[in-house]
Design a protein around this ligand. Structure first.
Ligand SMILES: C[S@@+](CC[C@H](N)C(=O)[O-])C[C@H]1O[C@@H](n2cnc3c(N)ncnc32)[C@H](O)[C@@H]1O
Length: 241
């Protein structure tokens, strides 16, 4: 996506970290219920580092992402966290962790084999009693076509976006989100861009079966956001062996 490459510098205006405070606290409550003694965490697909900004108050966080441009954005917000570049299916980070945390970055996988590779790689990076927490945006059971918008003004620049998610083929494991971005730079120049993103759409039994194959027991936990319409579930995945 252009958003994670040439448009990455606009990310803090499109999705400011302050919009993540509530969800980070909700995720923390679930994580603590399954692993009260988390001291260190590894995040896959940490993006702009917005969840990490809040979670790092409770445990140390090592942040990883595929995109060097997004890692640069996160380094500004989280200069105190180590940042590493890599694909969550294959990245090898030294050591093992109490928690592997994967937020919305899991969304970009539309093939079960890729999800399985991520889960197996997460297991490799966990201590024996470590927890994998995944927060998929959508499940087959909860998905509803949606239109949303957002963005802010900051330091003389502004960005607004419109997003539109739809399921073009109910028989595949995929939905599409179209993004329209409008950016106004400090000199007043206005530009616009478009991204089209494919996202995975899997049912809870499919997540359950994949996690079991990777050596986890999945616990689906309802997450209730105060301002986000829709039904959301995080997955606290404990290790089977
Ligand atoms: C929406 S952002 C994540 C925002 C993050 N949850 C936060 O709290 O700020 C999604 C990120 O997933 C990353 N990503 C996509 N595919 C990936 C992969 N295969 N491995 C690692 N990161 C990936 C993108 O580069 C992007 O930075």
């Amino acid at each position: 996506m252009k958003l994670y490459k040439e448009l990455a510098e606009w990310w803090p205006l499109m999705s400011p970290h302050t919009e993540y405070e509530e969800e980070a606290e909700l995720f923390l409550k679930i994580i603590k219920r399954y692993h009260p003694a988390v001291k260190d965490a590894l995040e896959f697909g940490s993006g702009g580092g917005s969840n990490a900004f809040y979670l790092k108050k409770y445990f140390s966080m090592t942040l990883t992402d595929l995109s060097p441009d997004m890692l640069a954005v996160s380094r500004e917000l989280n200069p105190d966290c180590p940042h590493l570049q890599g694909d969550m299916r294959t990245i090898e980070v030294e050591g093992t962790y109490d928690l592997v945390f994967i937020h919305d970055a899991i969304t970009y996988f539309t093939e079960k084999a890729d999800l399985l590779a991520v889960m197996k790689n997460a297991k490799k990076h966990l201590k024996p009693d470590g927890l994998l927490f995944i927060m998929p945006d959508e499940y087959t059971e909860t998905f509803e076509p949606r239109t949303g918008h957002g963005g802010i003004d900051k330091d003389g620049r502004g960005m607004r976006y419109l997003e539109w998610s739809y399921d073009s083929d109910p028989d595949d494991h995929m939905l599409v989100t179209e993004y329209a971005y409008v950016m106004r730079d400090r000199d007043g120049q206005v530009t616009h861009e478009h991204d089209s993103m494919k996202a995975g759409l899997f049912s809870m039994p499919e997540w359950d079966a994949l996690l079991a194959e990777a050596g986890f027991k999945a616990h689906f936990e309802r997450v209730e956001f105060s301002e986000e319409p829709g039904t959301y579930f995080g997955i606290a995945a404990t290790q089977l062996e």
